[in-house]
Design a protein around this ligand. Structure first.
Ligand code: SF4
Length: 498
C-alpha cells in the first residue's frame, strides 16, 4: 500500500495494514462556547478515521486562524494551543492521506484567502475522481487571479471555492460543488458562516447535531454523543447547508443518488455510530449471525481479531451457540508510533500488535472472525500465532465478501495486484493463510445486515461496479506533478507548528 512519505509517524509494518480510513471532519457553530475545545473532543471521537495529521480552524468573526500538524489529535493540541484558538465557528480534521503525501502542507483544514481578503477554511472526507479536470478548471481561474498550488484534492476544492472574488462563499459553493466528482463530505467556513456539503452519492457519512446554543456537523454521530449534541439528521446527498446567525439554510446543488459506502458498516465507522438510521454495531452483530448461518463449523470457541471483528464474532457465537471468548489481546497504541522501527522490530510484524492468550487457545478448535482480508498478511500471521499458542484448528470467518477491487472514494485498500482476492479463489486464499477453513459473508448477507436497499449502497470494492464513473488516469498522487512548482505557495495566516 502506498502510504506517502510520512515524516513523523511510521507504520511498524506497512504490509500488515488493513483498509485505511479516509478522514474525519467536524464543524461547530456556537457563539459563546469554546468551539476549539468542542472540535478537539469531536476529532478525538473521530480519531479512528485518520491518524496522520489533525487540525482546527477557528473564526472570531473577523479572521480565521488555522492550527494543524502531523500526529494524533492528542499530540497536535494541548491546553495552551487550544486556548489561543478563540472564536464562534470552528472546523476540524483528522487526516489519512488518500490523495497527496503525508506532509504538513497537505494536512487540513486547508486555507485560502479570496481576492477580497476573506478566508476559506475547509475539511474534506472522501476522495475526488476528477482532480485533473478540476486542476484544468483552476488554471482558467488562475488567469483571472486565483491563488496557485494545490497538492491534494481537498486543497484544490478550497482554491476553487476561493476563486470567485465577486460572490459570497455560499454562491461560490453552489457554482463549484456541481463540478466536483467523487466522494466529498465537506465542512468549511468563512469568517461568519459554517457550511456542510455532501456529494450527490453521499458516499461518506455526514451528520448534523444540535447543541444547546449552536450546531455541530460531524463525520459520525458518535462524535455528537461525545460533545453533548443531539442528532438532528444526516446532511442529504447533494445538499449544501449553511449555518450562521440567521439560522440554517439548505440548498440542493445536485439531485441525490445515494450510494453509501457499505464498508462503513463493515469496518470503518465506530460501532456506536448510526448510519442511515441503522446502528453500526447492530449491523455487525447481524453480519456475524448471517456468517454463522452461511458458514457453520464445529468448534469450541468463537473469537474476534480485535477489535473490528468483535461485534461480528458476538453475532456468530449467538447464532452458532459456540462460546465467545477473547483469544488475542490488542496492544492498542502501537499501530502508529513516532519511533522509526528497525528491521528487526519490523520483522516481529503482527506480534507487536496482537498477543495470544495461551490458556484460552490451547487445545481448542477456534472460529476467528475478522472484518476483511486485503493482502492476507495479517490473517496468515494470526493463524500461525494461534497454532503456535496451541490451537488445534483455526477456522477463519470474514464479515464481508472478498475485496477484489480498489476504492477510489477515500479508502486506501491496496492496488488491485496487491489484493489477495483479485488473484486467488477462496480455497487459494485459505491455503495461503494456512487456515483449516475459510468462509466469507455473501454480498447479499452483508447488504441485508445493513438494512439498506442494494440500490443505495456502493459495493465497488466487492463487485467492481463503480457508482461514480472513473477517469482512466487516476491515483493517489494524481495532483503531484500537475500542481507542484507552478508558483510559490500562497501566504496563509497559519500558526505553524513544524
Ligand atoms: S469501493 Fe468499497 S470502500 Fe470504497 S466507497 Fe465503495 S464500498 Fe466503500
Amino acid at each position: 500500500m502506498a502510504r506517502g512519505d510520512g515524516k513523523l509517524t511510521h507504520d511498524l509494518n506497512p504490509a500488515e495494514q488493513g483498509p485505511q480510513d479516509a478522514c474525519g471532519v467536524f464543524g461547530v457553530w456556537a457563539p459563546g462556547e469554546e468551539v476549539a475545545k468542542l472540535t478537539y473532543f469531536g476529532l478525538y471521537a473521530l480519531q479512528h478515521r485518520g491518524q496522520e495529521a489533525a487540525g482546527i480552524a477557528v473564526s472570531d468573526g473577523t479572521s480565521i486562524l488555522v492550527y494543524k500538524d502531523l500526529g494524533l489529535v492528542s499530540q497536535v493540541f494541548d491546553e495552551a494551543t487550544l486556548a489561543t484558538l478563540r472564536g464562534q465557528i470552528a472546523v476540524g480534521h483528522n487526516r489519512y492521506s488518500t490523495t497527496g503525501s503525508s506532509t504538513w502542507e497537505n494536512s487540513q483544514p486547508a486555507f485560502r484567502t479570496t481576492k477580497t481578503g476573506t478566508g476559506v477554511a475547509l475539511a474534506h472526507n472522501g476522495n475526488l475522481v476528477n482532480t485533473a479536470e478540476l486542476a484544468e478548471q483552476l488554471r482558467g481561474e488562475r488567469s483571472r487571479g486565483a491563488q496557485p498550488v494545490a497538492t491534494t484534492d481537498s486543497d484544490l476544492l478550497t482554491e476553487l471555492l476561493a476563486a470567485h472574488p465577486d460572490v459570497s462563499l455560499e454562491e461560490a459553493a453552489m457554482r463549484a460543488l456541481p463540478t466536483f466528482r467523487g466522494a466529498f463530505s465537506l465542512v468549511f467556513m468563512d469568517e461568519h458562516t459554517l457550511y456542510a456539503a455532501r456529494d450527490p452519492q453521499g458516499v461518506r457519512p455526514l451528520a448534523l447535531g444540535r447543541l444547546e446554543r449552536g450546531w455541530v456537523v460531524t463525520s459520525e454521530t458518535a462524535a455528537l454523543d461525545i460533545v453533548g449534541a443531539s442528532f438532528v439528521r444526516e446532511i442529504e446527498p447533494g445538499e449544501l447547508l449553511a449555518i450562521d446567525e440567521d439560522g440554517l439554510r439548505s440548498q440542493r446543488f445536485a439531485n441525490p443518488d445515494p450510494k453509501n459506502c457499505v464498508f462503513e458498516y463493515v469496518y470503518l465507522a465506530r460501532p456506536d455510530s448510526i448510519l442511515a438510521g441503522r446502528s453500526v454495531h447492530s449491523s455487525r452483530v447481524e453480519i456475524g449471525r448471517r456468517l454463522a448461518r452461511e458458514h457453520p463449523v464445529e468448534a469450541d470457541l468463537v473469537m474476534p481479531t480485535p477489535e473490528s471483528g468483535t461485534p461480528a464474532a458476538i453475532g456468530y457465537a449467538e447464532e452458532s451457540g459456540i462460546p465467545y471468548g477473547m483469544g488475542l489481546v490488542k496492544n492498542a497504541y502501537v499501530g502508529r508510533t513516532f519511533i522509526q522501527p528497525s528491521q528487526t522490530i519490523r520483522q516481529l510484524g503482527i506480534r507487536l500488535k496482537l498477543n495470544p492468550l495461551r490458556d484460552v487457545i490451547r487445545g481448542k478448535r477456534l472460529v476467528v472472525v475478522d472484518d476483511s482480508i486485503v493482502r492476507g498478511n495479517t490473517q496468515r500471521q494470526v493463524v500461525r500465532m494461534l497454532r503456535e499458542a496451541g490451537a488445534v484448528e483455526v477456522h477463519v470467518r470474514i464479515s464481508s465478501p472478498p475485496v477484489k477491487w480498489p476504492c477510489f472514494y477515500g479508502i486506501d485498500f491496496a492496488s488491485r495486484a496487491e489484493l489477495i482476492a483479485s488473484g486467488l479463489d477462496v480455497e487459494g486464499i485459505r491455503a495461503s493463510i494456512g487456515a483449516d477453513s475459510l468462509g466469507y459473508l455473501s454480498q447479499e448477507g452483508m447488504i441485508a445486515a445493513t438494512e439498506q436497499p442494494k440500490s443505495r449502497l456502493c459495493l465497488a470494492c466487492f463487485d467492481g461496479s463503480y457508482p461514480i464513473p472513473l477517469p482512466q488516469m487516476i491515483g493517489k498522487h494524481v495532483l503531484e506533478g500537475i500542481e507542484r512548482g507552478v508558483s510559490e505557495p500562497a501566504r496563509e495566516p497559519i500558526a505553524e507548528n513544524r
